[in-house]
Design a protein around this ligand. Structure first.
Ligand SMILES: Nc1ncnc2c1ncn2[C@@H]1O[C@H](COP(=O)(O)OP(=O)(O)OP(=O)(O)O)[C@@H](O)[C@H]1O
Length: 590
């Protein structure tokens, strides 16, 4: 395992030490100004705080991309969004991984935590707060919280004996284990442990938790995960140990420095300590006043029990409000197994971003994996999807339209888009699809939201083909005037696509906006209201057309018929490379 970790870390470090090409997306890496939202509704969402046992992989990136898309959508709605992510840095698993890499835990945490921040930057993740559980502010809040729960009579000392999965950092029930007491998530045997620990009286909260779930079934999403949680609770909740006698790398238990606080008890509180400001007095009440309860915890299904059972009980004990929703999405898998740091079967997000850019990576995983379910990655599918959707349906349509506008109208709109669309059914179609996208973003059906935006692109392409403006221009007179209006209509469609897709592919959306003659500032101040028809006005001058999404080409191997005839094993897989291509025009348009 040490060797695997070292290799993966070296890959990552070498990737993020290379300077990636600069691109306009840097302009997008700004978080919303919280001050400008004084009266706005607050929306606080969190990703898990990722363990720093190893650098991030595509699974960690997946949750964070989804969270960023939701955060961006909520900002478009005008809410004051606080998007929290960060790293979970205590516990046995981290100490072991630091030792395996020849570092002290603190250096190890600094290094790996930084690799998360670097990846988030490359992926255009606009978080508002990045919390590290080794921050002194966080430690102060954990201690205060522990003392509150203790004062409430919910912490006691006892012996514990059980089977422990270090990778989950959790004692397991024998009945949930595989053969040889293997953890079903990590496929490694759990170890028998006996300890004298502090316990949290979870069993006391059985009834209150049942009530929370029956009164608010939307607390756990998707709905099928709620059943899972209800089954756990019904089977009887057992108190759990919240300290470790054998782990030094942790926050000392108040009044007993021979024990450290269990990493999960500590880490969950990062969602609250993240709310504090660096220059303010740190305490639980101040933190809570700055945004608690969270509107949404976005997590993988592996940590549902911690978020939907342990965490609400801990909060009740401390007299704090519960988060409004916990959404447990599915796994990115490799050969059917959860991709994970401990198993080492991960997909390198740094490499993917370097090869294909952030928009393609963000779009593919959001569009391809139905949010909530598991999904497998294949490079062929990746290339097929992003080429078809981003390069062809969206990029090519924009390019063709701008080409025709340049040739026939000096790149200038001849009429307001509202006037152009009078009596044109495409406008209604677009409005319905925008509404479909909005409701699906709201309900976290992110893939369907993407699909709705793509349908707008399909409708735009169908309009272009049906109207064939290049023919109308050739006919001249009234036909040419109609063609010029058609181009305004299609460009307005493109503008709406840019707004509606901006939560998922912000860089692509900015490029579309720029080509439509808008400034970066204008793009940065868009809201969901800008999906309404009519922003493009007569006289607006378009920018020089250039592909907004670079088509990904497979190297010649794919085209080589001979290669295709070879037996399966001897075939070399086509390696993807990025090639800038002029977007194709139809023969008649040219
Ligand atoms: N394969 C995956 N698919 C989707 N999300 C994942 C995947 N792996 C990790 N995540 C995200 O990361 C969270 C777990 O974070 P953690 O830091 O424990 O990563 P991990 O790779 O699962 O680690 P380990 O393999 O050591 O358990 C999940 O709840 C989920 O949000």
């Amino acid at each position: 395992m040490a060797a695997r970790l070292n290799t993966s870390l070296q890959n990552t470090l070498s990737l993020f030490s290379k300077k990636l090409p600069s691109s306009p997306r840097r302009a997008l890496y700004c978080t919303s100004s919280l001050e400008s939202h004084e009266n706005a509704e607050t929306f606080v969402l969190t990703t898990p705080l990722y363990y720093v046992n190893a650098p991030p992989h595509m699974g960690s990136a997946y949750t964070t991309i989804a969270a960023d898309s939701i955060a961006r959508f909520q900002r478009l709605l005008g809410k004051k969004v606080i998007f929290i992510t960060g790293t979970d840095e205590h516990g046995e698993k981290i100490a072991t991984s630091a030792a395996a890499n020849g570092r002290n835990p603190s250096e190890h945490c600094d290094l790996i935590s930084q690799s998360y921040r670097t990846l988030w930057k490359e992926l255009d993740i606009a978080y508002d707060k990045f919390v590290r559980t080794t921050d002194p502010n966080h430690e102060a809040i954990v201690k205060e919280f522990y003392e509150r729960v203790f004062a409430n009579g919910d912490i006691y000392r006892a012996d514990y004996e059980g089977l422990y999965c270090v990778n989950c950092e959790e004692y397991k029930d024998e009945k949930e284990l595989l053969e040889n007491n293997c953890c079903p998530v990590h496929q490694m045997p759990c170890v028998a442990r006996k300890e004298d620990n502090y316990f949290f009286a979870l069993s006391k909260y059985q009834k209150p938790l049942e009530e929370v779930l029956s009164q608010n079934p939307r607390f756990v999403q998707p709905a099928y995960r709620l059943n899972e949680v209800q089954t756990w609770i019904k089977s009887g909740l057992r108190d759990f140990s919240i300290s470790r006698a054998l782990v030094d790398w942790g926050i000392p238990v108040p009044n007993d420095d021979k024990q450290t606080i269990y990493v999960w008890f500590d880490a969950l509180l990062g969602y609250i300590s993240a709310l504090t400001e660096d220059n303010e007095q740190q305490n639980l009440d101040t933190a809570v006043s700055l945004g608690w309860p969270a509107s949404l915890h976005l997590i993988g299904k592996d940590i549902l029990r911690f978020h939907a059972v342990y965490w609400p009980a801990m909060l009740m004990s401390a007299g704090l409000n519960l988060p409004k929703m916990v959404f447990g999405h599915g796994f990115l898998t490799k050969d059917g197994m959860k991709m994970g740091k401990s198993l080492g079967n991960t997909l390198e997000p740094f490499e993917l971003v370097q090869k294909f850019g952030p928009d393609a990576v963000r779009y593919f995983f959001i569009r391809e994996v139905e949010f909530g379910n598991d999904g497998d990655y294949s490079e062929d599918r990746f290339i097929k999807i992003v080429n078809a959707h981003l390069a062809n349906t969206i990029g090519n349509l924009l390019n063709r339209t701008l080409g025709l506008l340049k040739k026939n109208c000096e790149s200038t709109l001849v009429v307001d888009s509202t006037v152009a669309a009078e009596g044109v059914p495409l406008k209604d179609t677009v409005e319905k699809l925008v509404e479909k996208a909005r409701t699906n973003y709201e309900s976290l059906s992110l893939s369907t939201a993407c699909e709705a935006v793509l349908e707008i692109g399909n409708a735009g392409n169908a309009y272009m083909d049906q109207r064939a403006p290049w023919m109308l221009f050739k006919q001249g007179g009234v036909s040419a005037e109609a063609a010029a209006k058609d181009l305004v209509i299609i460009l307005e469609v493109m503008r709406i696509i840019a707004v509606a897709l901006s939560p998922i592919a912000p860089c692509l959306s900015l490029k579309i906006y720029s080509q439509l003659g808008f400034s970066n500032d204008q793009f940065n101040s868009i809201t969901w209201d800008d999906t309404k028809w009519g922003e493009l006005k007569e006289g607006q001058v378009m920018a020089q057309a250039s592909p907004v999404f670079v088509r990904i080409e497979l190297e010649a191997a794919e085209k080589d018929e001979e290669e295709k005839k070879k037996p399966k094993d001897s075939k070399k897989k086509g390696k993807a490379k990025v090639k800038v291509e002029q977007q194709p025009q139809t023969v008649t348009e040219a």
